[in-house]
Design a binder for this molecule. Structure first.
Ligand SMILES: [Fe+2]
Length: 302
């Protein structure tokens, strides 16, 4: 996530996940604030989730359906109004959803590249494509509950998602597989809370992907409202997040402009990574780059 780019741009065949690496332009938090001030109709019109579906037809049909779903989009808008207008916390708009979804898909694919089997394959003899559907739906619905309230939003996301999943999956899966997909998606939702305990790789992926939406520009809202804390300061210190794999392990590189960013990595990301089931396959490497700060620490490995 270098800088910002239009999260609605892109094609389904891109190697680089859209939204996960926003390009130069308006900070996404500005889009989130602008979106929160729009009428519901205007806000919903601005939303379009794009992901690299890479030949996964079920995923392609699902995303088409999501992009036509006014109710789902209305919930994303309400979540953003609560987060940005009413609470002045970080962006919870569809831009957050778009970024987390792309990171989740990227993480799942990199894990596959290094030989890690998702729960849908290992435990249900279903396919990698089905695991992608679970991760994408989990990312798309994980914070729907913010539309109601921040407190216990993970639990509330469950019933809002449970209402909508049958319609989103209708015709894409038959029973009993459709219900398996729904149950697995609901697991990803409940496991993103602070004490969540993922039982599947997919749930771990959604949990970690949510925590990785931390790159440049994501923290501007609390900063500009004067709510400077180690949370906002450290978030502002994250320049870029890169996800790749080498030598049989997934590698998450976090580039910081200031050592305060270490709080994001050592505290927030560590707590999401712990118990995710992903720890044994992932290296997190944080580096400080640039001349703007005295180098206070060498490379830091989690
Ligand atoms: Fe989230």
């Amino acid at each position: 996530m270098t800088a910002e780019r239009d999260p609605s741009a892109g094609t389904d065949s891109d190697e680089v996940p859209q939204g996960a690496e926003p390009a130069p332009g308006t900070p996404v938090s500005v889009r989130a604030e602008r979106g929160a001030r729009m009428t519901p109709a205007e806000a919903v019109r601005d939303m379009r989730v794009t992901i690299p579906v890479r030949g996964n037809r079920t995923l392609r049909d699902l995303i088409d359906r999501v992009n036509r779903d006014g109710s789902l989009k209305a919930l994303w808008h309400a979540a953003n109004v609560n987060a940005v207008t009413r609470m002045q916390i970080n962006d919870h708009s569809w831009v957050h959803i778009q970024i987390v979804t792309n990171i989740g898909l990227k993480l799942l694919r990199e894990l596959r590249r290094v030989g890690v089997e998702p729960g849908m394959v290992r435990d249900y003899a279903m396919s990698q494509e089905d695991a992608e559907v679970v991760v994408v739906l989990g990312c798309l619905t994980h914070c729907l509950g913010m539309a109601i309230h921040r407190v216990s939003h993970e639990e509330m996301s469950l019933f809002l998602a449970a209402d909508r999943l049958p319609g989103l999956l209708d015709g894409l899966y038959q029973e009993p597989e459709r219900t398996i997909v729904e149950a697995e998606v609901l697991q990803t939702i409940i496991c993103h809370r602070s004490d969540g305990q993922p039982l599947s790789l997919e749930a771990g992926v959604v949990r970690v992907a949510d925590a990785l939406d931390m790159a440049k520009g994501r923290s501007r809202i609390p900063f500009e409202t004067g709510r400077v804390s180690i949370h906002s300061l450290s978030a502002a210190a994250i320049e870029e997040v890169r996800i790749g794999s080498s030598e049989g392990r997934v590698r998450i590189e976090i580039e910081m402009n200031n050592s305060s960013g270490l709080y994001q990595v050592d505290n927030l990301l560590r707590s999401k990574l712990r118990g995710s089931g992903l720890e044994e396959h992932i290296d997190v490497i944080a580096t400080i780059k640039g001349e703007t700060e005295k180098r206070l620490l060498p490379d830091f490995r989690l």
